[in-house]
Write a protein that binds this ligand. Structure first.
Ligand SMILES: [Zn+2]
Length: 434
């Protein structure tokens, strides 16, 4: 099994990679300026010309782009090629506003698939693997992204999409599926369904690798998934604006490699827009270096992460980011304190009596914000004794308070009572917004 998909690029000395990025960045600014009225106007308003960009550091002279730009120019106003040159469209669900449309040339699709083929190879997946793609297919990029990446690798794809879980488990067993890609919440649902049906992942399936992403999840949840299913769980990352799922952790599992020959990463302070030092948390900002249809200049992804630049044990020289700890958009402010659902998840998943599902409910009663967390008990943890349950509640509220600096009301609910998700899960209900 090859160790690298493209050894020359993946292990290129950092200095050479930077030179390559610099060349591509210089070409990119001319490309977008000449082809996209949106970018030309944005550059002009910002007083920057393509010639001003000569080094990698000059990227900071360029204006940011944000999701709202895609909405304002709906459907294709930011594109750099005519629609007839496109090979495919995808679109966002538009749950938080007008949908956004992304487009791809054939080369864009090939490069997208190649990025994932590199990632799949980096965890030891190869052409003998069978990947069940349980991400949704369609306008969402998860399903088709993983599908094309796997085909590029030469692996076998089982395109189940999401839903119909019993059938999925049956096919997984019968076809000797070895790898799966889906949201972590859907995989939790699969684990639960398998348990109900009396199917053991360890003994009755060949599943050994899972790629989980499309929603933030914690290290603690990863450990639970591994313990409950016996597989290795890897992060997979990318957003539809960047193309779709593009990057994964490597077998060293110390961050997600971002392919530097295709993407330039900045980590910035979300408030000041200034770079934070490597290793510190900030907002991910991406410049695409090779995309043709919809190149992005300094796109503010709003995902919070840290950049790791020290060498990776796997030998790849491309920078890594840590798992996404949340989205700056997901932050809930309760009584003036910033709370991320990921922090809550990290605390809860460390407590063995707690099950895999919870829901945060924020409300305002009179002038005061209140936060309640409904927490499912672990199947084995339910006790008839009131005193046991009270003690557990106190233990959970104490653990939450020490991390969040906020007193929260804890409500323990029966196993199986919170809604399950076959796609991205909803972990917060903010009644103040209704
Ligand atoms: Zn690595």
């Amino acid at each position: 099994m090859p160790e690298y998909w493209d050894p020359e690029i993946e292990t290129m000395p950092v200095e050479d990679l930077k030179k390559l990025q610099e060349e591509k960045l210089k070409q990119l600014v001319h490309y977008v300026y000449e082809r996209s009225p949106f970018y030309r106007k944005r550059f002009d308003e910002h007083g920057v010309k393509p010639e001003d960009i000569q080094t990698l550091e000059d990227v900071r002279k360029l204006p940011f782009t944000v999701k709202q730009d895609l909405r304002d120019t709906y459907p294709t106003g930011m594109f750099c090629v005519p629609n007839t040159d496109l090979a495919r469209f995808h679109a966002s669900s538009g749950t938080t506003g007008k949908p956004t449309v992304v487009g791809y040339t054939q080369k864009d699709i090939d490069e997208w698939a190649e990025s994932l083929a590199r990632g799949f190879t980096s965890v030891g997946m190869g052409e003998n693997d069978i990947l069940q793609v349980s991400y949704g297919y369609g306008l969402f990029t998860g399903g088709l992204g993983a599908h094309y990446g796997s085909e590029k690798l030469g692996a076998t794809v089982l395109p189940t999409s999401s839903g119909n879980t019993e059938r999925q488990l049956e096919l997984m067993k019968d076809l000797d599926v070895t790898a799966i890609a889906c949201t972590p919440s859907y995989f939790l649902y699969m684990i639960e369904t398998a348990r109900k049906l009396g199917i053991s992942f360890r003994d009755e399936t060949k599943l050994k690798i899972g790629f989980f992403g499309a929603e933030p999840w914690s290290e603690e949840l990863k450990k639970r998934i591994e313990a409950e299913s016996g597989i290795k769980a890897y992060d997979i990352y990318g957003t539809s604006e960047m193309s779709g799922p593009l990057f994964t952790e490597c077998s060293a599992q110390c961050g997600i490699h971002i392919w530097a020959d295709k993407f330039l990463v900045e980590i910035l302070d979300p408030e000041t827009g200034e770079p934070v030092p490597d290793g510190e948390s900030g907002e991910l900002v991406i410049t695409t270096l090779t995309k043709e249809a919809l190149p992005l200049i300094r796109y503010r992804v709003k995902d919070l992460t840290r950049k790791l630049s020290e060498p990776c044990p796997c030998g790849r020289t491309h920078p890594r980011i840590t798992r996404i700890s949340g989205r700056s958009d997901d932050m809930i402010i309760v009584r003036g304190i910033n709370v991320f659902p990921g922090q809550v998840e990290s605390v809860l998943m460390k407590i063995p009596e707690v099950g895999n599902h919870f829901m945060i409910i924020v409300d305002r009663i009179g002038p005061l914000d209140s936060m309640k967390i409904q927490i499912e008990m672990h199947e084995s943890a339910f006790s008839d004794k009131m005193s046991d349950m009270m003690a557990l509640k106190r233990k959970i509220s104490g653990a939450l308070k020490s991390v969040l600096n906020l007193a929260v009301e804890v409500e323990l609910v029966e196993h199986g009572s919170l809604p399950r998700s076959e796609g991205k899960s909803k972990k917060v209900i903010d009644k103040r917004k209704v």
